[in-house]
Design a protein around this ligand. Structure first.
Ligand code: TRP
Ligand code: SF4
Length: 360
């Protein structure tokens, strides 16, 4: 009996991340923190989406690809454990490219042009030429990443929800085209495609995964805007205590609290938002009391926020140092993850090729 059909099989989770740079607290809270918890309960596959990085960085891939080792360290230092989940780098599992190619055959262009990130990103990244086949096909590759592993859930942020929705639509289309019990050759293409609208009983060769929206606490950067690499307002996951304290010192606060004697409001202060994410309820209560009564100064309050962040980050930094000291082990972990991922991916491709009639 295969792993997928045993009653005891754990439900499966898959997610990926582009290696855009060393990860910061926003990436940590927005993804890794959640993944580390999921690995306790689910059969998890987590990967570094190196090929996805090329869709925007193809003209100068060096700097982004140089981040791959750093992101692997960030994954491990956050607490992803190769004994509990499969960690790998996308392009080492060539089945991602294979399924991408098969899905391309059935993807209507209109679906891709309508994905909101397509036009948004082209607008935002004006300095890049994103009028490429690869960039338009980004969500197809992402669908291949997902469907290869037949996950039950895909944990992502809200910004990726449309991509998972497209993945579900592609899976449905694939299953209707190739999962029919009796393929009726007498029907015209039009008739076959029209049937997609009906709820005909078909084999779920590629099951539709569900999106698992990551709760996203408001995490401001040092300038009060959303923490983001492009704003240069980040606190990195591997930041030193000294840097954390220095960055907090210059962080913006409630603009209405000008003098020490002015009361403030932690609900409209970025430092207050950090407390909500990283500090205990007791500290949050002290912040609220002290801030609204002008009982504490911002400098003291920022010191407490730094303490809370340091406490969260210290074990992460420690694990990072231990992995940095043995780079060969990190490579072994990835290569082993790739082997495990390939087994699962090859199984799916065999089914896909058969369903499409390319193989007997
Ligand atoms: N597009 C995702 C992002 O930018 C990264 C990604 C690639 C992904 N493939 C995936 C996420 C598959 C989830 C599942 O964050
Ligand atoms: Fe913000 Fe703290 Fe200053 Fe209040 S006391 S304004 S929460 S930094």
């Amino acid at each position: 009996m295969s792993e997928t059909t045993t009653a005891t099989a754990r439900r499966r989770v898959l997610s990926g991340m582009r290696p855009t740079g060393r990860l910061h607290l926003g990436n940590y809270m927005g993804a890794l923190y959640n993944w580390v918890r999921l690995q306790e309960e689910y059969e998890c596959y987590f990967f570094i989406a190196d090929v996805h990085a090329l869709t925007t960085e193809y003209a100068n891939p060096g700097p982004v690809l140089a981040n791959i080792d750093q992101v692997a360290l960030d994954f491990l230092s956050a607490g992803l454990d190769p004994a509990k989940c499969v960690l790998f780098q996308q392009h080492y599992v060539p089945q991602h490219a294979e399924l991408n190619m098969m899905l391309e055959m059935i993807t209507p262009l209109g679906w891709l042009e309508r994905v909101p990130t397509y036009k948004d990103q082209q607008e935002q990244l004006k300095e890049k030429d994103l009028n490429t086949f690869g960039f338009l096909g980004y969500p197809v590759l992402q669908s291949a990443d997902i469907l290869l592993y037949k996950p039950d859930f895909v944990p992502v942020g809200q910004d990726q929800a449309a991509h998972v929705e497209l993945t579900r639509e592609l899976a449905r289309r694939f299953n209707h085209l190739y999962g029919g019990r009796h393929v009726d050759d007498a029907k015209s293409d039009k008739e076959r495609l029209a049937e997609l609208e009906q709820e005909a009983e078909v084999d779920q060769i590629l099951p539709e995964p569900k999106v698992l929206l990551t709760p996203s606490p408001k995490l401001p950067g040092t300038d009060g805007r959303k923490m983001s690499k492009s704003y240069k307002n980040t606190i990195e996951m591997a930041e030193s205590d000294e840097n954390i304290r220095a960055k907090l010192k210059t962080m913006v606060t409630d603009p209405a609290r000008i003098r020490r004697t002015d009361p403030g409001n932690p609900d409209i202060c970025p430092v207050g938002d950090l407390h909500k994410v990283f500090s205990t309820p007791e500290v949050n209560a002290e912040v609220r009391q002290g801030c609204t009564s002008a009982g504490i100064g911002c400098i003291q309050c920022k010191g407490w926020a730094a303490d809370s962040i340091v406490r969260e980050i210290a074990p992460i930094r420690e694990r990072r140092a231990s992995f940095e000291a043995r780079p060969d082990d990190v490579q072994d972990i990835l290569r082993d993850g790739e082997r495990r991922a390939r087994v699962r991916a090859a199984e799916t491709m065999e089914q896909v090729y058969r369903a499409m009639g390319l193989r007997r």
